[in-house]
Design a protein around this ligand. Structure first.
Ligand SMILES: NC(=O)C1=CN([C@@H]2O[C@H](COP(=O)(O)OP(=O)(O)OC[C@H]3O[C@@H](n4cnc5c(N)ncnc54)[C@H](OP(=O)(O)O)[C@@H]3O)[C@@H](O)[C@H]2O)C=CC1
Ligand SMILES: O=C1CO[C@H](CO)[C@@H](O)[C@@H]1O
Length: 340
């Protein structure tokens, strides 16, 4: 049994806890929070922009810690699941790895590429797994798209456009603070830079235009420049939508022998093929907001059990996604294409 200790009981801490109830061969053994009410099971203040309404949870059978060092000292914890706000990812992950624990850390891996590099290096030194909870490839529509592009059955990738637009996040002071999250061009857009790295590869250069508020890029449209013969890939991301639509994401992906269309705001995943047909593939877990998180956590637990890093949760891929965000921010702020 892989025993998980969750640190940080906010929106994601709650989502991970709920999703972990579905795991096979793994369970939440402990939670760590600075808030005594949360340790007593009152999670009503853990709001977010999707998923079930927060409420009370029954923590009987789960150890509770108010000090992170005490959870790390517990020999009955195998995997530390870091669900804190992003500025705490690097310090907590480094402590956990030094304590001999495997780590799963929410995206973004860290605020700075230097911290991300230090985390990847620390995991190697410790001989432990550093996994980053990039959930997007576990969403059924994105999973289907990744398999379609990487599998090669529809030919070469010609081009793609990705979209991720939300209302300004306001469920906690932390998530609204760009100094703690990197702002939307990191905190939100990194889902797409990770997915683009996974299915399209790392581009040579990026060129981005966007809006800046208080030093943080809040919305951007980026061209990923792969050079002659490479795919034409763009993405628009940001926290600029009015509250009437708190979250949407989607893509249009053009392959030589198929096109894939998806928009969570209205267009179900649709596969257009060379014979002129349009089909809507049956998707396991579609419509259940916890399913992708349960699959992601299962991959992490299986990684701990087998000792093999799950490729979708790779620390290196997450680090590359962060670097891409930083290059795009530089491009927005300088008005120039930036080498990756
Ligand atoms: N994969 C996805 O789809 C999503 C991922 N995220 C990511 O998850 C992470 C958390 O975001 P979210 O849950 O929305 O944020 P919340 O603000 O809801 O929760 C963050 C939690 O972090 C903990 N925390 C904050 N500061 C500190 C500190 N100094 N030391 C220790 N713990 C601290 C607190 O936990 P406590 O009160 O228990 O101490 C707090 O509740 C972020 O990195 C974000 O990017 C967020 C949303 C969706
Ligand atoms: O997907 C998401 C929804 O919005 C949040 C606030 O920007 C992000 O942290 C999160 O990754």
């Amino acid at each position: 049994m892989v025993r998980i200790g969750i640190v940080g009981v906010g929106f994601m801490g709650r989502i991970h806890y709920l999703a972990a109830q579905r795991l096979t061969g793994a369970k939440v053994a402990a939670v760590c929070s600075r808030d005594p009410a949360k340790l007593a099971g009152d999670w009503t203040n853990t709001r977010g922009n999707f998923g079930p309404e927060p409420g009370r949870v029954d923590l009987s059978g789960v150890k509770t810690y108010s000090a992170f060092a005490d959870m790390l000292a517990d020999p009955d914890i195998d995997l530390i699941d870091i669900c804190t706000v992003t500025d705490q990812h690097a310090p907590l992950a480094l402590q956990a790895l030094a304590a001999g624990k495997h780590v799963l850390v929410e995206k973004a891996i860290a605020l700075s590429p230097a911290d991300a590099d230090a985390m990847v290096a620390a995991a190697k030194t410790a001989g432990k797994l550093l996994m980053v909870a990039h959930v997007l490839p576990f969403f059924p529509e994105f999973k289907f798209a990744a398999e379609a592009v990487r599998g090669g059955q529809y030919g070469k990738l010609l081009g793609a456009h990705f979209k991720r637009v939300i209302a300004v996040p306001d469920w906690s002071a932390d998530i609204a603070d760009a100094a703690k999250t990197g702002g939307p061009a990191v905190d939100l857009h990194i889902h797409d830079t990770h997915f683009i790295g996974l299915v399209c590869g790392v581009p040579k250069e990026v060129f981005a235009v966007g809006t800046v508020a208080n030093g943080a890029v809040t919305y951007l449209t980026t061209s990923y420049l792969y050079g002659p013969g490479g795919p034409a890939v763009t993405c628009s991301s940001g926290a600029v939508c009015m509250g009437g639509r708190p979250f949407t994401h989607g893509f249009e992906i053009y392959l030589e022998k198929a096109s894939l269309l998806y928009d969570a705001g209205g267009q179900p995943l649709t596969l257009l093929t060379a014979d002129g047909k349009a089909t809507q593939p049956a998707l396991a877990g579609g419509g259940d907001p916890l399913a992708a998180f349960a699959d992601e956590l299962q991959a992490a637990a299986d990684g701990v059990r087998t000792g093999a890093e799950p490729d979708l949760l790779s620390g290196q891929l997450a680090r590359d996604a962060l670097v891409l965000c930083h290059r795009e921010i530089e491009s927005v702020k300088t008005g120039r294409a930036v080498a990756v």
